[in-house]
Ligand binder design. Sequence first.
Ligand SMILES: C[S@@+](CC[C@H](N)C(=O)[O-])C[C@H]1O[C@@H](n2cnc3c(N)ncnc32)[C@H](O)[C@@H]1O
Length: 272
Amino acid sequence: MNHPAQPHQDATGGDVANNSDDADAGAGEGDHEDAGREGASHPRARIRSFVVRAGRMGTGQIKALAELGPRFVLPFKAEPLDFEATFGRKAPVVFEIGFGMGGPTAQIARTLADHDFIGCEVHEPGVGALLKLIGEQEIPNIRIFQHDAVEVLDGMIPTGSLAGVHIYFPDPWHKKRHNKRRLVQPQFVAKLVRHLAPGGYLHLATDWEPYAQQMLEVLSADPDLVNTSARADGYSDKPDYRPLTKFEHRGLKLGHGVWDLVFRRKADAPGA
Ligand SMILES: C[S@@+](CC[C@H](N)C(=O)[O-])C[C@H]1O[C@@H](n2cnc3c(N)ncnc32)[C@H](O)[C@@H]1O
């Protein structure tokens, strides 16, 4: 499948280890998951989908953070982000959760030059790596939050505003007792859908089959989404605009499959 607006592909990579399952799965629970949800009378356990790891920064990444951070890394503030003022133009905005080392993000932003991209990543070397690519390749249409994407979405992204959401190879949280830390769950997907514009798309990819099955189940059950796949199994062929990630290469070498899912928000969904 091609991108809703524009096709293309190639390959570079992100490179963040994804096996966080040994971390403390209880951290952060009890926080409010969706402060903006109308009528939510009880706080829900917030998804802690990540562990912030100390990572060694390369000199190029440190330099990029210092020189380009002030321009391309946005501060988290609990107030709506003005997309036009941020990017200096009016364009469809795509939100990415967990860009890792940012190679695919940079490449997609170059391919889909008429879109603007907001990437969230908590891993600082990844932020440095993407900034380095932004500098080297002079990419104007990416802004970064080094912050929990769930909070950014809740606090800063207007509802109904996004052309698309990308979540590539989210931490699979393999162990049963950690499955609750997976991002792709009904409540969070409903939140994503509310932030999509009518007809906006959700593109997920994973190499962990049980998570792929969970994604398909959760997305298919959301009443405001339609699956764009024409395949009998419900998964999509990798869209041309998504390059292979380094992480994905590693999975493929281990004999893992890869599953892409592309769903759209119905144009007549409530609030659309
Ligand atoms: C397994 S890695 C995949 C990275 C990249 N998408 C790739 O395919 O190579 C998942 C990434 O998501 C990030 N992440 C997980 N939950 C996040 C959240 N709530 N906000 C921001 N980043 C998050 C992690 O820090 C990690 O770098």
